[in-house]
Each structure stands twice: as structure tokens, then as C-alpha cells.
Design a protein around this ligand. Structure first.
Ligand code: GUN
Ligand code: ZN
Length: 376
């Protein structure tokens, strides 16, 4: 037997919370978990160079099947030598399957057993995505971790709808596994759905665990449900996931949810939140969020966050960053994106250190005390 493409090494669990400290090994090296993955939808993390991402210690980034299929086309990325070469990023890459983007970006869609018919969000052309097509594209992209093609139903969805959807997502996951051309080079993760319904999450998890994927994600969360529902779903779903494989909570990236997720046994997170809010001037700081365009920062010559070690905070002031955003200078977007990403990456470094020292519960209390809860 050759080595599997993806291997999870559990280092320890936090005695205070049960959170997991681990390492995920991939064909492009390893990253420590819990981790936050910056999102690079168009084969670039908006406004950041790969060198900057390395400097801020991003261990793995995420990209999107759907967008790269439309532009430039997976054939072109393949011809370039794969996504790593195309974008000059030699650390791990995870690609989402396109399932979620079809549901979030396309107005007209028709779900059938074979796959999903929908319209190109750019030009209205008819498109069709299926488990086999999503695998073909991700095989061409050459990501280290590929995601199964799933359905992410809206919140709230009825029990009956969710039951049909969960079973279809299971059948699609099986087809993904069968269509995967290179399991020894790229790991394929299954996505557990089931909304807020405990028995459906169990049904989904058990069926996918049976298919023996090298890792599992929890999908269908952070789709508008209240935070306590998300936490409850994590509480009953994470224990259904294999201990010896990575657990990924999709689309979650607010600081409080990262900590809440880690405490419930999640290893990987991704979200556009830090980069998206950075571009409109909302910054994450150890004392909560900061709207940098606010007039009160006009003469504030302190760094954005006195406790931050990032390039922006080491070299620039609130007054300067505010000025750049108000004048719509592109350098301002780079500085705010850099800071927010480093803030979440550092937060996860601190979370890992707290797990090492069995004090993640104390860390959470101290963090929320200053940052506030339910703040993006
Ligand atoms: N991103 C956020 N949530 C989801 C989900 O449920 N499925 C997929 N494929 N991607 C996601
Ligand atoms: Zn900073």
C-alpha cells in the first residue's frame, strides 16, 4: 500500500475543552490544526501575494472549482501544470466542489439525480455540474484536498426536503469517490449535511463514514441559522466523525465561531469574511471590530491593533490606513486584508498553544471578554 494522500496526526486533546491539536499531512507538506484557511476563489487570495501569505504563516488556502471551471477553465490550469504552479503557491490547497457556489450564485437551478442544471452567473449560459464533472475539474486543478459534490440546502429547510437531500448527497459522494482519478495524489473529503436535524446529521455521517473518505466536512452551516443552533449541530455531529481524520467546518470564519468550533472538535475552517470585510474597512482587533473609516481615527497614529504582529500593524497607523481607504487606494485594501488574515491565523496559533497547555476554556473567556461575542 502506498501512503494515502491525506493523513491526520492527532497530537493531543485539550483537557479543559476536548479541542484537538493535530497535523494534517498532504502531498504539498503539512499544516497544524485547528487552522483557518484563507479563501482564494479566483486562484488568488484577494490583494495578497503568495509570499505575503507565507509571511503571515498561512498553512493552507482554499480555492473554488466553480469559478476556475468558468475562468480560465480547468483545461488551462491543467496545462499550466496544476493550480499550485499556475498561482505560484507550493503549500497545500483545498478546493470546494462547486456545489455550494451553484446554490449561492445561481438564481435558476434544477436539481436532478444526475446533477444540477443552472445558469452561469456571469453571462446566463446554461451549465451542468455533476459529481463526475466536479471530480474531473478538481483532478485537473490538482488540489491536495478535493471536496465531494454536495447539495447545501437553504436554512430553514423542511425535514422531508432535508431527508431527500441528505440521501442524494450520499449517492453523489459515492459517485465522486468512483470518479476520482487520483486518490493516491489528492484526498477527497465527504460533506455531512442534514441541517439542524440530529437524526439526519447522524444518517449523513454514518453513510459517509461507511464510504471511508480521508477526511470529513460539516456543510450546511453558517447559512443564516442562529449561532446556538450551529453550536448544537456541532456538538452532536463532531462526535460522529472519525477521530483519526480531519474535521472541516465549511464557510465559518468569525473569531467567536472559530473558537466555538475548535472547542467542539473542529480542525479546519474557511471563510471569505476576513478579506471581504477588510475591503470595506472593517478590521478584527483584539478589542473587537474597528470601522477604520470612522472620523475618530483621522488623527489616531497608533497601529490598528497594539497586540498584532502583522506587517500593517508594524509599519502603518490607523490614520494612514483610514486615509487610503477613504481615497480608494488599492494599497489600503492590501493593508487591511493582510491584517485581518493575520489576525485569524494568529488567533488559531493562540488556540493551538492553549490546547497544548490544556487551557482553551480560559482562553475563550479571556478572548470574548475583550472581543465581544457574536461580532464579525
Ligand atoms: N461552503 C460553505 N458551506 C458549504 C456546503 O455546505 N457545501 C459546500 N460544498 N461548500 C460549502
Ligand atoms: Zn495587524
Amino acid at each position: 500500500m502506498t501512503q494515502p494522500a491525506i493523513r491526520y496526526e492527532l497530537i493531543k486533546t485539550c483537557k479543559q475543552t476536548g479541542a484537538r491539536l493535530g497535523i494534517v499531512h498532504t502531498p504539498h507538506g503539512s499544516f497544524e490544526t485547528p487552522t483557518f484557511m484563507p479563501v482564494g476563489t479566483q486562484a488568488t487570495v484577494k490583494a495578497m501575494s503568495p509570499e505575503e501569505l507565507k509571511e503571515m504563516d498561512a498553512g493552507i488556502i482554499l480555492s473554488n472549482t466553480y469559478h476556475l471551471w468558468l475562468r480560465p477553465g480547468n483545461d488551462i490550469v491543467k496545462e499550466a501544470g496544476g493550480l499550485h504552479k499556475f498561482m505560484n503557491w507550493d503549500r497545500p490547497i483545498l478546493t470546494d466542489s462547486g456545489g455550494f457556489q451553484v446554490f449561492s450564485l445561481s438564481k435558476f437551478r434544477k436539481i436532478e439525480e444526475e446533477g444540477v442544471y443552472f445558469r452561469n452567473h456571469l453571462n446566463g449560459d446554461k451549465l451542468f455540474l455533476s459529481p463526475e464533472k466536479a471530480m474531473e475539474i478538481q483532478n485537473d486543478l490538482g488540489s491536495d484536498i478535493m471536496m465531494a459534490f454536495d447539495e447545501c440546502p437553504p436554512y430553514p429547510a423542511t425535514y422531508d426536503y432535508m431527508l431527500q437531500s441528505v440521501d442524494r448527497t450520499t449517492r453523489w459522494a459515492k459517485r465522486c469517490k468512483e470518479a476520482h482519478a487520483r486518490p493516491e495524489e489528492q484526498g477527497l473529503f465527504g460533506i455531512i449535511q442534514g441541517g439542524e436535524y440530529e437524526d439526519l446529521r447522524r444518517r449523513s455521517a454514518e453513510a459517509l463514514v461507511e464510504l471511508d473518505f480521508p477526511g470529513y466536512a460539516i456543510g450546511g452551516l453558517s447559512v443564516g441559522e442562529p449561532k446556538d443552533i450551529m453550536n448544537r449541530v456541532l456538538e452532536f455531529t463532531a462526535p460522529l466523525m472519525p477521530e483519526n481524520k480531519p474535521r472541516y467546518l465549511m464557510g465559518v470564519g468569525s473569531p467567536d465561531s472559530l473558537i466555538d468550533g475548535a472547542i467542539r472538535g473542529i480542525d479546519m475552517f474557511d471563510c471569505v469574511l476576513p478579506t471581504r470585510i477588510a475591503r470595506n474597512g472593517t478590521l478584527m482587533t483584539s478589542e473587537g471590530r474597528m470601522v477604520i473609516k470612522n472620523a475618530k481615527y483621522a488623527r489616531d497614529f497608533r497601529p490598528i491593533d497594539e497586540n498584532c504582529d502583522c506587517y500593517t500593524c508594524k509599519n502603518y497607523t490607523r490614520a494612514y490606513v483610514r486615509h487610503l481607504l477613504r481615497t480608494e487606494e488599492t494599497f489600503g485594501l492590501r493593508l487591511t486584508s493582510y491584517h485581518n488574515l493575520r489576525f485569524l491565523i494568529k488567533l488559531m496559533e493562540d488556540v493551538r498553544q492553549a490546547i497544548r497547555e490544556d487551557r482553551l476554556g480560559d482562553f475563550k473567556e479571556e478572548f470574548f471578554e475583550k472581543y465581544g461575542y457574536n461580532v464579525p
